[in-house]
Design a protein around this ligand. Structure first.
Ligand SMILES: Cc1ncc(COP(=O)(O)O)c(C=O)c1O
Length: 491
């Protein structure tokens, strides 16, 4: 093909040279050819013009053309033929508007992803919060807000974590190991506050509770196994267990926490949130805890304790974890940094018998080796200078004040009483039985209020629809009362 023909056929080739000024010329020329090949303006088997002819035609140097051709060859768009020139490769085809090739070999057998992918467990669960909830003026969404994140102290710790003496942990491959400094901080700072004593080989660092639960479920569950779960309870945990094909048995919850049936026989595992039951926020009484452990020991069930935000207790000291009463190593304790630092850091840990921890470590290795060393070391260094206690105290102060504001607001403004609890980051509201919380959530959006319907927290076909959650950690304190006033108009 002559250079004139090329220029006539390849739309925009010469324009591509004059358009952008930042890219080098050879790159612009190469991109012009790439686009032409993708659009099908140049087809497999066609020769590119000689570099001399094209350079003359375009008024650029031959070197520029040669360099562009070489790059095209490196990327596989053309192939050099000795002493002849460059030929466009076959099978690159014509790309559609989305950049996908229409007539290349791949188009002959497009992948039917829907046929290959099985149905997602719980894939039809309603999503409790709307996309874009951040832009609403009154976001009563459940979960911690990033506002209290200790940016200064995190930045200092991360800078230290990059120093020579820390790089072995921060930047190197740790295989299946964890940062020993973080394990030590978990052991010496977090666990004693929860009444737990553990040796380093009883601790595994995870990418948060979800990850910890996934590992535990993969290790211990399968088809034919049964898990007792709180009802209402944590939907994410339920989905994780169902994914392993475990059968779920609902365990009712009252103001004293979960009520285990007389016997746990037939249950391989019981999953509980005793510190702060999700979603009701009640704390399991000591009597219930002892009873659950005794039943589990008698019937051979394991207990998985998700202790995700028990630090946020506003009128008394939080009771010690269930794990602290566990003398038989029956409790698998799952902890998270999401509520202490930020959920976006994805950091948590599991405390359990060393044999199980070793097994989980191997599973984790095949999945992701280890949580990022730099995040582990930075967190450990922050904790080492005493920031764990400082940050928790600050969060607790802010959250207590928001909790007081929301409790007073719902007491004053809601037409029905709301059961109060002494901690957490949300209220669990039971409306009258004919309330449809999903409809309420939808109409409240018109007033700029985001609430989370609680139906997905329940198990079984007849899930009550009149409950909802009001998170108060993310919303600004000053917005709480106006937000509740606004919501009350929709009730
Ligand atoms: C019941 C429960 N457990 C654990 C977590 C924390 O999960 P993660 O550590 O994966 O962020 C949450 C967060 O919302 C939760 O509601």
């Amino acid at each position: 093909m002559t250079s004139e023909q090329i220029l006539a056929r390849v739309a925009g080739l010469s324009e591509s040279l004059s358009n952008e000024t930042e890219k080098p010329r050879y790159r612009r020329l190469k991109d012009g050819f790439t686009r032409a090949i993708e659009r099908g303006e140049l087809r497999g088997g066609e020769m590119l013009p000689s570099s001399r002819a094209l350079a003359d035609q375009l008024g650029i140097s031959r070197n520029t053309v040669n360099r562009a051709y070489r790059e095209l060859a490196v990327e596989g768009f053309v192939e050099p033929i000795e002493r002849v020139g460059y030929v466009v490769n076959d099978g690159l085809g014509e790309a559609d508007a989305g950049g996908r090739y229409r007539d290349g070999p791949a188009a002959l057998s497009p992948v039917r992803w829907d046929e290959r992918l099985g149905a997602l467990v719980g894939g039809d669960d309603e999503r409790p919060r709307p996309a874009g909830w951040r832009s609403y003026p009154y976001p009563f969404v459940v979960g911690p807000g990033p506002e209290g994140f200790p940016i200064g102290s995190w930045t200092r710790a991360m800078r230290t974590a990059l120093r020579e003496e820390h790089r072995g942990t921060s930047l190197h491959n740790l295989d299946d190991r964890d940062d020993p400094l973080l394990v030590e901080q978990i052991r010496r700072t977090i666990l004693p506050a929860r009444g737990i004593r553990a040796t380093p080989d009883q601790i595994l660092v995870t990418l948060g509770t979800q990850h910890g639960l996934h590992l535990v479920a993969e290790a211990l569950l399968g088809s034919g196994t049964t898990v007792g779960v709180e009802d209402p309870g944590y939907p994410d945990a339920r989905r994780i267990f169902l994914k392993q094909e475990a059968k779920l048995v609902p365990l009712p919850v009252d103001v004293h926490g979960v009520t285990a049936p007389e016997g746990l026989s037939g249950m391989d595992m019981v999953f509980v949130t005793p510190g702060r039951q999700f979603p009701t926020n009640v704390t399991m009484t000591i009597g219930r805890r002892r009873r659950l452990l005794a039943q589990a020991a008698r019937d051979g069930a394991l207990v998985v304790e998700d202790d995700y935000d028990s630090e946020y207790c506003y009128s008394r000291r939080p009771p010690p974890a269930l794990k602290s009463l566990d003398t038989a190593g029956r409790v698998v304790y799952v902890g998270s940094f999401s509520k202490f630092l930020a959920p976006g850091l994805r950091l948590g840990f599991v405390v359990a018998d060393p044999v199980l921890i070793d097994y989980l470590r191997r599973l984790r290795h095949d999945m992701l080796r280890h949580p990022p060393g730099i995040i582990q070391r930075t967190t450990a260094l922050m904790m080492e200078v005493g920031d764990y206690g400082r940050v928790i105290r600050r969060h607790r102060r802010v959250l207590r004040s928001k909790w007081q504001a929301i409790t007073e607001a719902v007491d004053d403004l809601f037409p029905w009483p709301v059961q109060s609890t002494d901690g957490g980051m949300s209220l669990w509201v039971a409306g009258p039985e004919d309330l449809d919380a999903a409809c309420l959530a939808e109409s409240a959006l018109e007033g700029g209020v985001v609430i989370e319907p609680g139906r997905s927290c329940f198990l079984g076909p007849d899930r009550p629809a009149h409950y909802f959650q009001l998170g108060f950690a993310v919303i600004e304190r000053e917005e709480i009362r106006p937000g509740i006033e606004c919501l009350a108009r929709f009730l």
